[in-house]
Write a protein that binds this ligand. Structure first.
Ligand SMILES: CCc1ccc([C@H](C)CC(=O)N[C@@H]2O[C@H](CO)[C@@H](O)[C@H](O)[C@H]2O)cc1
Length: 831
């Protein structure tokens, strides 16, 4: 509890922060004083770093002694955001550092603003990994994250004349106080080359001789738990050339070749692929995946051997791995290679260990997002792994043959080829593909989806064949978010109101306690305080909109927010169409009628994958519509629409506390879970949404009547798609389509493909049924206005959202993973 916390910090032997901050500035940055917030940030960060490392060392000494079973979370993405505020608060140092900075003339929040986001991820999957690390540490679970130390993270989004433009994310220029370069801790990673069988005594061994090698250099990022002495770790790998510099080539005047090795090596961990649903299919992407998986498995095995020698049968009792989607799935083949080729185990023993150690989480049902690598690409880059995958597939299909022996031959053959890990490319019969999801399922003990409806779709549709073979492998683990960053630290005003009302801050680590707020939901005094906090946050966000767009928005308006990656299935398009209709209604109203209208400030934010053309057109439509309505003197105080550029973790921490209505309007059955919906819920923001992903479970916890649910259900989609050509569109829809086509918002040629995709069944097919949900969505939005007019009802619901958000803490999610999949136990070092 907070008391233990204060004691813990009080006793710590570290120097007083004020002196320490200036000391760091002097000796690390050669600065006599903190002249700028950035200086103050550097001094503070490098001072806090030492407290973090103290906790890290104590924790790992303890775990070294206890030798507990570890969970290793393998992810190509970790969307960490900023670390200063989270670290200071999780370590319980906020008091002393806020004082110290005040003495130096700085405000903690201003100083925190000087930090760059660690944007080593695209969206949901990457941020989930970051929330999971916070919960793993806070629950004292021996666990590490493993990933890639991208030199350039998620691109910076800027708006050029209303169009998205991308700029590189150069985040490491002024160093990174939150990482420790582990000098000398590096592993070789090979690519290409050839595989030979050689005699070793009477045994035949397989030798892979890569044609290219790089170093994987380790960087540790300590992960502090909240109100516990535990600090775990995120180990990220940086690619370095084996030969630093080719002096021979240089002396021969061939300067490029002198640097060639370095460039080729560093390219591997240079940049994050900015796609969050369609695989680029580029070789460098596979190289990145193998690079961090190979280094991570070598690292874990070398630590295991240091304690347990070659008793590899014990490995599953000491280590398990979670594959964050298919991106690290090459781990199935790599662990087999290390155990068979390097450690000399026989195949079956190695296979038993491998399948016991690995677990796979699926995060999307989008067919285009499921990775399938061409066999020829895999065979060229990873010849030994391709062999191993072929042997795995032979064993698997042979086993299947036995398991399905009672089926008729051709039925059996059909089922087996449908589950073959290696199969033809349906779009190009000559090409064979390695299906990474199938490899992950066959090579894992547990397979889970990330929300109840999604896990059912995984079982009943995309992996149904496998589910029928081993139903016990399939589980659900509904996502969660850390209540530390996403409520306690980004909304301290609401947090202290909750703590004051509940009498302690224990809810921060035990969010089920939030349910006690239900008793206060209709209490006018409490509602008043609740509303005051929300309004203050709206003012803060309004100031940011002013800074970005130069306009002052009406802070008494309903703040309506949709922030997430831009994607057709997430239907930002539907949101914009409803805003156009709302605008047209307002224009037709008399000033009298306008007085009764509920004013709205609509905010949309999110990045489009750089090669995703339709998503970029949707962004332009948002900015174009905004340009028209925001300048309309008649209506701009009643309706405005702004696109907030460069949506990232830090921007979310400012927007979410200020939100009153958030939109999660994906076509039912397409959004695996969603996690921003949970963050909004925790901050008392109401939801308008479809019966999809975790919206369903949020409605169950909050009370479905408190949620503005609309739209067709997932099990209707296939039929509606078939009938879409004959669907009679709503006259309001037709009107808006004509407006856009007619150039009401300019750029009509640029918007034509957008209109055609949902309204011209000769070229488009409205695959995400935007037209089908249009009328119901407008009705739901009208219901929103009606409820907002009754602020006591609105505030009652707002409080019920936070009260019902206990389930959506990532602590609950991680406890379930630990008990049902990882079988790891908490191991807390002494305070
Ligand atoms: C290969 C390209 C690529 C990159 C990332 C992805 C991710 C799986 C996409 C993603 O972030 N999925 C989101 O994962 C969240 C965490 O589970 C869910 O809450 C979201 O619903 C899901 O879209 C797919 C394909």
């Amino acid at each position: 509890s907070a008391v233990a916390e204060a004691e813990r910090t009080a006793t710590s032997s570290s120097p007083a922060p004020t002196g320490d901050i200036t000391n760091k500035l002097k000796y690390l940055f050669g600065k006599e004083a903190a002249e700028t917030p950035k200086d103050a940030y550097h001094g503070t960060a490098w001072s806090v770093r030492e407290r973090l490392i103290d906790s890290f060392d104590k924790t790992h000494e303890h775990w070294k002694k206890e030798d507990p079973k570890f969970i290793y979370y393998l992810s190509a993405e970790f969307l960490m955001g900023r670390s200063l505020t989270n670290t200071v608060y999780n370590l319980g140092l906020e008091g002393e550092y806020a004082d110290a900075l005040r003495q130096l003339g700085y405000d903690m929040e201003k100083v925190a603003d000087a930090e760059r986001d660690a944007a080593l991820g695209n969206g949901g999957l990457g941020r989930l990994a970051a929330c999971f690390l916070d919960s793993i540490a806070t629950l004292d679970l021996p666990g590490w994250g493993y990933g890639i130390r991208y030199k350039y993270g998620m691109f910076k989004q800027v708006l050029k004349n209303g169009y998205q433009a991308e700029q590189p994310d150069i985040w490491l220029t002024s160093g990174n106080p939150w990482e420790i370069r582990r000098d000398g801790l590096r592993f070789e990673v090979g690519f290409g080359g050839r595989v030979e069988r050689k005699k070793d005594g009477n045994k035949e061994v397989t030798v892979w001789t890569p044609s290219e090698k790089v170093w994987a250099q380790a960087y540790d990022n300590p992960i502090p738990g909240f109100s516990t002495p535990t600090t775990s770790n995120l180990r990220l790998w940086d690619a370095q050339p084996i030969s630093e510099f080719d002096l021979g080539a240089f002396n021969a005047g061939d300067y490029d070749r002198a640097m060639l090795d370095r460039e080729r090596a560093e390219a591997i961990s240079a940049v994050l692929y900015p796609n969050d649903s369609t695989p680029e299919g580029k070789e460098l992407r596979l190289k990145q995946q193998y690079f961090f998986v190979c280094a991570s498995l070598q690292d874990v095995l070398s630590r295991f051997k240091a304690t347990h020698g070659t008793k590899f049968e014990l490995l599953p009792d000491k280590a398990c791995f979670q594959l964050n989607d298919t991106h690290p799935t090459i781990a199935v083949a790599e662990l087999m290679r290390l155990l068979v080729d390097v450690e000399g185990l026989d195949w079956d023993a190695a296979w038993t260990i491998t399948t016991k150690c690995l677990n796979y989480t699926n995060h999307t049902v989008m067919p285009e997002a499921l990775e399938k690598w061409p066999v020829k690409v895999m065979a060229k880059m990873l010849p030994r792994h391709m062999e191993i995958i072929e042997v795995i597939n032979e064993g698997w299909t042979k086993w299947l043959g036995g398991h399905l022996k009672e089926l008729k031959a051709e039925e059996r053959a059909k089922r087996i080829s449908a589950m073959s890990i290696i199969h033809e490319n349906p779009w190009n019969k000559e090409e064979m593909l390695v299906n990474m999801a199938y490899l992950a399922v066959v090579g894992s003990s547990a397979v889970n989806g990330v929300a109840a409806i999604h896990s059912n779709i995984v079982k009943d549709e995309i992996l149904n064949d496998f589910y029928q073979i081993f139903p016990s492998k399939f589980q659900n683990k509904t996502n969660g978010v850390t209540p530390r960053r996403w409520l306690a630290w980004c909304n301290p005003e609401l947090a202290s109101l909750i703590t004051e009302t509940l009498g302690s801050n224990e809810w921060i680590n035990d969010t089920e306690k939030l349910s006690a707020l239900r008793a206060h939901a209709s209490d006018p005094t409490f509602q008043k305080k609740w509303a005051a906090v929300k309004h203050a946050k709206k003012e803060k966000l309004a100031a940011l909109i002013k800074k970005i767009h130069g306009d002052s928005v009406n802070t008494n308006a309903l703040f309506d927010i949709q922030i997430k990656r831009i994607h057709e299935y997430k239907r930002q398009y539907l949101n914009v169409l409803s805003i156009i209709w709302r605008y047209k209604q307002l224009k037709k109203m008399t000033p009298e009628q306008r007085k009764k209208a509920v004013p709205r400030v609509c905010l949309i934010g999110g990045k489009a994958a750089s090669a995703y053309d339709m998503a970029k057109r949707i962004i332009r439509l948002v900015t174009a519509v905004g340009d028209v309505i925001n300048k309309d003197p008649e209506t701009k105080d009643l309706l405005s629409l702004y696109f907030l550029p460069d949506y990232n973790v830090t921007l979310a921490e400012t927007i979410i506390p200020a939100a009153e209505l958030s939109q999660h309007i994906s076509t039912a059955g397409t959004e695996a879970s969603g996690t921003s919906n949970m963050k909004f819920q925790m901050n008392g923001c109401l939801i308008i949404g479809t019966w999809d992903g975790a919206n369903i479970e949020i409605a169950e916890e909050t009370g479905v009547d408190n949620v503005f649910v609309f739209g067709v259900r997932a099990d209707e989609i296939n039929q509606l798609r078939k009938e879409r050509k004959n669907f009679k569109t709503d006259p309001r829809w037709d009107e808006i389509m004509k407006d856009i086509e007619g150039g009401m918002f300019g750029d009509k040629d640029y918007f034509k493909p957008l209109v055609d995709s949902v309204n011209n069944m000769k070229v488009g097919n409205d695959w995400f049924l935007v037209a089908n949900d249009f009328a119901a969505y407008l009705d739901a939005q009208e219901e929103v206005d009606k409820v907002y007019k009754d602020q006591s009802e609105w505030l009652r619901r707002s409080i019920m959202y936070t009260a019902g958000s206990g389930k959506f803490s990532s602590d609950r999610t991680i406890r379930e993973y630990a008990e049902d999949i990882w079988h790891v136990k908490p191991s807390r070092p002494a305070a």
